[in-house]
Design a protein around this ligand. Structure first.
Ligand SMILES: O=C(O)c1ccc[n+]([C@@H]2O[C@H](COP(=O)([O-])O)[C@@H](O)[C@H]2O)c1
Ligand SMILES: Cc1cc2nc[nH]c2cc1C
Length: 349
């Protein structure tokens, strides 16, 4: 398949981290006036940023969160506490700059890019980029959510957005999403890719009650039985039981890695997309950072699978990239520490 060849060509071009820059950043961190390792994850963030950018003093002033939107046919099964129409309403809210992600982004010195990869909406409000692959996925409890070609197209769009942001000068990116029903495909993909049982990775999403949670688990089990996604083929999993915004975010990670741009993951949907990207291209893993730990039970499982440490535990489960943006100030703190703290030798030690 032509497109598949293109994807594998792209993957080959993902560079490995710059070991020398990482080592120099590590040496510098160890010379700062603090006990060795005392800044914990801030140190590892800083060292990895040096490896990603190839700079000993990485620049991260230009920050952006890319929010991918999509709808889900599986909402017909009653898997969300909110109606599917909320996806369109929230795109309107994004357009006005009034969603949580905008409020947090302006507080944390970041900008927001909103991309519709698969909502049901016929027309979009100003400021939402139209990259729709199709108007919502099909109901995965009855058959594949989308075709393999559509899954690939969503990935390709995400890659393009990442390349465009890099071109615009973005130095630190984050992924977020909006899509009523999307914790259902997120749990399905998480179950297939991690091998964990459906009960372990399924949560209440926007706020299902006990009966709703049981129904959601049943719908996910049925979706897996109907579709038989192949755990060794991440594109097959994405197409059969995934979502278009998950594909968009996975592509974004691949595109960012290709262009040496670090990506901060948000909650469970953003992180499952990160795992899809890493299963497609394991070289993309070191470009990823965790932000917060979502309430959704799959999130911890996924972060562990990716070997990532969440920086914030605030009991959040909002999505949109809201948690990722809140982690940006910790990245800034690492940058300031490396740039402004005295070294022991400067102190005369
Ligand atoms: O980021 C998370 O971990 C997260 C956890 C629960 C819900 N969400 C958001 O809520 C929506 C999906 O929830 P649901 O119940 O409709 O599947 C979607 O728009 C996500 O952005 C996000
Ligand atoms: C209101 C609302 C806002 C959201 N933002 C991300 N997911 C969401 C789900 C709902 C229901």
């Amino acid at each position: 398949m032509k497109d598949k060849e293109k994807l594998s060509d792209w993957i080959k071009r993902i560079p490995s981290l710059d070991a020398e820059a990482q080592e120099l950043a590590r040496v510098h961190m160890d010379q700062l006036t603090k006990p060795l390792g005392a800044l914990g994850e801030l140190e590892t963030i800083w060292i990895r940023l040096a490896g990603i950018t190839g700079q000993i003093q990485p620049q991260i002033g230009n920050k952006r969160v890319a929010v991918f939107c999509g709808d889900h046919g599986v909402t017909a099964e009653g898997v969300s506490a909110y109606p599917a129409e909320v996806t369109a309403l929230m795109m309107e809210n994004f357009s006005r700059g009034k969603a949580a992600v905008h409020v947090f982004a302006s507080r944390c010195g970041a900008r927001v890019t909103v991309v519709d990869v698969g909502s049901r909406s016929e027309s979009l409000p100003d400021g939402v980029m139209d990259r729709k692959v199709r108007q919502g996925t099909a109901n995965m409890a009855q058959g594949p959510a989308m075709s393999r070609e559509e899954a690939l197209e969503s990935i390709r769009i995400g890659m393009e957005i990442a390349a465009d942001l890099k071109e615009e000068g973005v130095q630190l990116a984050a992924t977020g999403e909006m899509g009523i029903g999307n914790t259902t495909p997120a749990a399905a993909v998480a179950s297939v890719l991690t091998g964990k049982p459906v009960e372990r990775v399924t949560g209440r999403g926007t706020g299902l009650d006990e009966a709703g949670l049981r129904r959601k688990q049943e719908v996910i089990r049925r979706s897996l039985e109907v579709n038989h996604p192949d755990p060794m083929d991440p594109l097959d999993v994405l197409a059969k039981v995934g979502g278009l915004e998950i594909g968009g975010m996975a592509g974004f990670v691949l595109g960012a890695a290709r262009h040496r741009m670090p990506v901060v993951l948000d909650g469970v949907i953003s992180t499952v997309a990160g795992l899809v990207a890493v299963r497609i291209a394991p070289q993309s893993r070191p470009y990823l950072f965790a932000s917060h730990l979502s309430v959704e039970p799959a999130h911890g499982v996924l972060l562990e699978e990716l070997g990532l440490q969440p920086l914030i535990t605030a009991g959040m489960r909002l999505g949109e990239g809201s948690g990722a943006v809140l982690a940006f100030p910790l990245f800034d703190a690492a940058e300031t520490a490396a740039r402004e703290m005295a070294t022991f030798s400067e102190l005369g030690l």
